[in-house]
Design a protein around this ligand. Structure first.
Ligand SMILES: [Fe+2]
Length: 229
């Protein structure tokens, strides 16, 4: 066979090929790709839920702008996570197959204005995201897809675990202040406004901060007054 024929044969072969399949690792099976798409869809659903809460809290009847920022932040994070995972799916040779995003069925009570039930529902949303990451980790492990396992653990698992605790603490605060309505909610919302929607105890719920303690404690290792040989 001449060189020209060989080239033509290669062009013929690869032009008919599914190049997505060329780049897919053998462990990246269709079921696993479906599982990833399931988590992307859950992120869009959660994004919609948080958008609704954010809009409710910004209403004049509710007027909780700190809470509104908290939900806006959560919505943006869900959106970013969905986008990230969609990009990852494509990077691995998968494709996006969107499904309908269900409308959220949540309402911030405005007569009287009270945070307990919607915050409880937000905690459930975050818990569902965490459980779904765990489900995906299990699927990745079973498929021996260590690349997916790695990104789930580094990017999602730690973060979602923290979000669940952050919202658990928020629910506890809400239950506490709601026993005497009004004043406490004003202050909690004010705190959230000052931090632009970051829960004030966010850093307390971050075990990685123990690394900062270690850094601070060992900063002056050469100082023999502090660290005698
Ligand atoms: Fe989250």
């Amino acid at each position: 066979m001449s060189h020209t024929e060989e080239v033509q044969q290669a062009i013929e072969k690869h032009s008919k090929a599914n190049i997505d399949e060329y780049i897919q690792a053998s462990s990246f099976k269709p079921d696993l790709q479906d599982s990833i798409r399931g988590h992307i869809a859950l992120n869009w659903k959660s994004w919609f839920f948080y958008r609704k809460l954010s809009a409710d809290c910004a209403r004049a009847n509710v007027g909780l702008h700190g809470f509104s920022m908290l939900w806006k932040r959560a919505a943006t994070e869900c959106f970013a996570d969905g986008m990230w995972l969609e990009g990852y799916l494509v990077q691995r040779g998968g494709r996006s197959k969107p499904s309908d995003i269900p409308a959220p069925n949540v309402q911030w009570p405005d007569d009287p204005v009270d945070p307990v039930q919607p915050v409880y529902e937000a905690l459930q949303v975050e818990k569902e995201l965490l459980e779904d990451v765990l489900r995906l980790c299990k699927a990745a492990d079973e498929a021996e897809d260590y690349a997916l396992e790695d990104v789930l653990e580094t990017r999602f698992l730690k973060k979602e675990t923290k979000h669940v605790k952050d919202l658990g603490d928020l629910l506890q605060q809400c239950v506490r202040i709601s026993k005497q309505p009004g004043h406490g909610l004003y202050h909690l919302d004010k705190e959230l406004r000052e931090t632009k929607g970051v829960v004030p105890w966010s850093q307390a719920n971050n075990p990685d901060n123990t690394d900062l303690l270690l850094q601070a404690a060992t900063k002056d290792l050469s100082n023999t007054a502090l660290f005698p040989s």
